[in-house]
Design a protein around this ligand. Structure first.
Ligand code: KG4
Ligand code: ZN
Length: 360
């Protein structure tokens, strides 16, 4: 097999991910998460995440090499998330990758985390229905977009060439959607991480009980798009979080029981409505015909449902990788790294630095 054997390293948040691919074939995707250590704080603590990466890195690397049945010497290239993400956390992965590259003499590629989320589509077996290996090659002509929703980011991307021509159409101005889920869960006394807890609680509730704000919304009613404006594809979830807090406080002040399920469902409806609405707007205006949904919040049942429904209404093909490839992982970094190798891209060298706000 002449396809490059690539080691991918991801450490931008609380997951220490090591992935190994042979071209478009996934050999292993090892993930060690420090989530448990953040639970009592109700959110990822950067310093704890960095230390956890230090502890997890070597065991995760050994396990990945073991599972893939390859040695470090056999690896053709090393790819590592250079950003965006938590600065200290990124630094652990980048430093480790540089050390490996220097010790082995292998070429090193610094990878953009957001682009890597789309890069999982380069894998043959990424869980996308009807998927073929040339997925990302054929798509630019058809217009590929990505909707990334996680605890650390919320973005809409236009992908014309995965190896270099990706445009950030919109992003959150404050909290990420997953972060909003985590904060609202805390307000409602639900466990961390809040996403799954709210998803669950919302099933018993009515999402139309509370009319929570859709931050930066560009439309009044579905289908009626208002005139272009700033932050057209951007998100803001801090006002929504505050609105939920007000409602919860109101019930508590009156000595009434908080209707957790209805608040959870109404909050979720607001998040999912504005995310899907903006994604559809971007697709319509930017000629996007295929939309890839990624990030940990892709697990959300209502997001999946409403995205599927609105994509169908707008004639957009929706693709969702398997969940282990939606959440942060090393395989996506390796997959994109392999494509850079086969595309003849120059390695980054070892001079690049981790950049917490690395642009796409
Ligand atoms: O991608 P991920 O594993 O890590 C990063 O944040 O990068 O995403 C984790 C986030 C957390 O905020 C978590 O609450 C959210 O994804 N999440 C969910 C669901 N499952 C996980 N949010 C909503 N509904 C879910 N079912
Ligand atoms: Zn991510």
């Amino acid at each position: 097999n002449t396809e490059p054997l690539v080691l991918g390293i991801e450490s931008s948040c609380d997951e220490t991910g090591i992935g190994i691919v042979r071209g478009s074939i996934l050999l292993t995707n090892t993930v060690a998460s420090s989530m448990e250590e953040h639970v009592r704080f109700g959110g990822v603590i950067p310093e704890i995440a960095s230390r956890a990466h230090l502890d997890a890195f070597v065991p995760a690397l050994k396990q990945a090499l073991d599972e893939a049945g390859v040695t470090l010497e056999e690896i053709d290239a090393i790819a590592v998330t250079a950003g965006p993400g938590l600065a200290g956390a990124l630094m652990v992965g980048v430093s480790a990758a540089k050390a490996l590259a220097v010790a082995t003499g292998k070429p090193l590629y610094g990878i953009n985390h957001l682009v890597a989320h789309v890069g999982v589509g380069l894998l043959d077996d990424c869980g996308i229905e009807g998927h073929t290996a040339d997925f990302l090659d054929g798509l630019p002509r058809e217009g590929l977009g990505a909707l990334l929703v996680s605890g650390g980011h919320t973005e809409i991307l236009a992908v014309r060439d995965i190896t270099g021509d990706v445009e950030l159409l919109g992003a959150t101005l404050d909290d990420a959607a997953g972060e909003a889920y985590d904060k609202v869960a805390r307000l409602l006394g639900l466990p961390y991480p809040g996403g799954p807890a709210i998803d669950q609680a919302a099933r018993e509730g009515d999402g139309s009980v509370f009319a929570f704000p859709r931050g930066l919304s560009t439309r009044k009613f579905m289908g009626t798009v208002e005139e272009p404006g700033p932050h057209r594809y951007d998100f803001s979830f801090s006002g929504l979080k505050t609105a939920v807090a007000r409602v919860v406080e109101g019930f508590e002040a009156r000595g009434e029981e908080v209707p957790v399920a209805d608040v959870a469902a109404s909050f979720q409806e607001a998040v999912v409505d504005v995310i899907t609405q903006k994604a559809m707007l971007a697709c319509a205006e930017r000629g996007i015909k295929t939309l890839l949904l990624g990030g940990g919040v892709a697990a959300n049942s209502r997001l999946r449902e409403l995205t599927a429904q609105r994509c169908a209404e707008h004639g957009i093909k929706l693709v969702i990788p398997q969940l282990s490839l939606c959440t942060d992982n090393g395989a996506m970094v390796a997959a994109l790294g392999a494509r850079l190798v086969t595309g003849g891209r120059q390695p980054s060298g070892i001079d690049f630095t981790a950049d917490s706000s690395l642009p796409v």
